[in-house]
Design a protein around this ligand. Structure first.
Ligand SMILES: Cc1ncc(COP(=O)(O)O)c(C=O)c1O
Length: 389
């Protein structure tokens, strides 16, 4: 199914986080701003998703959701086709987005004041949801070696105080787009087993993998070794339907599953009908769109990296997955606020400052590449012209 993905570009609507981020600059004349911050794409979802929602609107039924078994069947099939691992139906719980699901898991399995381990720099909402639940984020910085991130489990072992109960692991990693190998994930499984830590694996970016790369879903790596884990996935990043606010929480361990169910019920969880309908259809028929999407973003990645890496002392980390470029400005003799000010005021680009991702993120900047080739070209040229001297 070939199609021109640029034809599917959606305008940034007023009621969106992207529009809020542009307004938050406080600047006027924002018409030529390039929005590369918020992690959703500028593309419309696949036609099959637009069609299913259009049909729902035509029918005019906006009541409660039902039909979870169909959704679960679609998810099981998707996981089998895409990730060579099929969960059982009874392992699948639904949630109002993965950040909300992490909050539920924190309340289900840990107590106030417990230490929750993060490999930083990492997606900023992890720390926020840990703190909002009055748990204590414990950041173990990753090592960046020759442009690749590595977990430092030796360092983490030395940091343990006995109060740590859980690790939240991002796979593929945001930011930096690192795909974790089976071996690395097995080492992590051993580590958790040795130290009796519960592992939450956030695989929201699991499908956004570049051609020639392969994501390994954690249950495959942990098979026969470790089951003290909770796997979280979603269709929302893959198909750009984050406004549908839903997510999957997959728990093979029966005892952990019962605990999660109870905590989930305590939130009054009841799936968002439109999100679930979009997600189900996307998993059934969205695969060709996804393939085209990743080929398109691969070209954006090449355009961006080529231009950014031509700036002396500035390096774009080579992404293996995700559309979220991660650029190292740390060799420049400028602090992060000055770098961000130049990006917003001079380059007119909205992006995310690296320090918001925790330890090790300072003087990095995250740029969303899921937009048109022309805009990626224009943005990288603006960045080059500002920072090349
Ligand atoms: C790693 C990761 N987890 C979760 C989310 C957000 O998930 P949700 O919208 O389902 O809460 C994001 C969004 O960027 C993310 O990068």
């Amino acid at each position: 199914m070939a199609f021109d993905i640029e034809e599917t570009l959606a305008r940034i609507p007023e009621r969106s986080l992207k529009a809020d981020a542009i307004k938050a600059t406080g600047l006027e004349n924002t018409g030529d701003f390039i929005s590369m911050g918020v992690a959703d794409m500028s593309f419309k979802p696949p036609c099959v998703v637009l069609d299913v929602l259009t049909n729902e609107i035509k029918q005019g039924f906006f009541g409660y959701y039902g039909g979870k078994n169909n959704y679960k069947a679609a998810l099981k099939n998707w996981m089998k086709q895409m990730h060579s691992w099929e969960p059982k139906s009874e392992w699948i719980h639904t949630a109002h987005g993965l950040v909300a699901a992490i909050g539920t898991a924190l309340r289900a399995y840990t107590s106030k004041g417990d230490g929750i381990i993060l490999f930083s720099p990492v997606y900023h909402s992890f720390k926020k949801i840990i703190q909002a639940n009055e748990r204590n984020p414990v950041e173990c910085p990753m090592n960046l070696t020759e442009g690749k991130y590595y977990l430092d489990l030796g360092r983490l072992e030395g940091m343990l105080t006995g109060k740590e109960k859980m690790i939240i692991f991002c796979s593929p990693h945001n930011p930096g787009g690192r795909i974790w190998s089976l071996e690395i994930q097995r080492e992590l499984a051993y580590f958790c087993k040795k130290h009796n830590l519960l592992l939450i694996i956030d695989e929201i970016h699991n499908d956004l993998v570049f051609p020639k790369n392969k994501h390994v879903t954690f249950p495959l790596a942990a098979e026969g070794l470790f089951d003290n884990f909770i796997l979280m996935t979603s269709t929302t990043k893959t198909f750009n339907i984050a406004g549908g606010l839903m997510g999957n929480v997959i728990i093979p361990n029966t005892k952990l599953g019962i605990q999660f169910s109870k905590a989930n019920m305590a939130t009054g969880e009841s799936p968002n009908r439109f999100g679930m309908i979009m997600g189900e259809r996307a998993m059934e028929e969205g695969q060709p769109w996804l393939k085209n999407l990743m080929e398109y973003i691969d070209e954006n990645r090449n355009i961006f990296d080529h231009k950014i890496n031509s700036i002396p002392l500035v390096r774009s980390i080579r992404l293996e997955a995700t559309y979220l470029a991660w650029v190292d400005f740390s060799k420049l003799e400028e602090d992060e606020s000055s770098i961000m000010k130049k990006l917003v005021s001079d380059a007119k680009i909205i992006a995310n400052p690296g320090s918001s991702f925790g330890l090790g993120g300072d003087k990095f900047v995250r740029f969303n590449l899921a937009t048109s080739k022309e805009l990626v070209q224009e943005a990288s040229e603006r960045i080059r012209s500002i920072f090349e001297n």
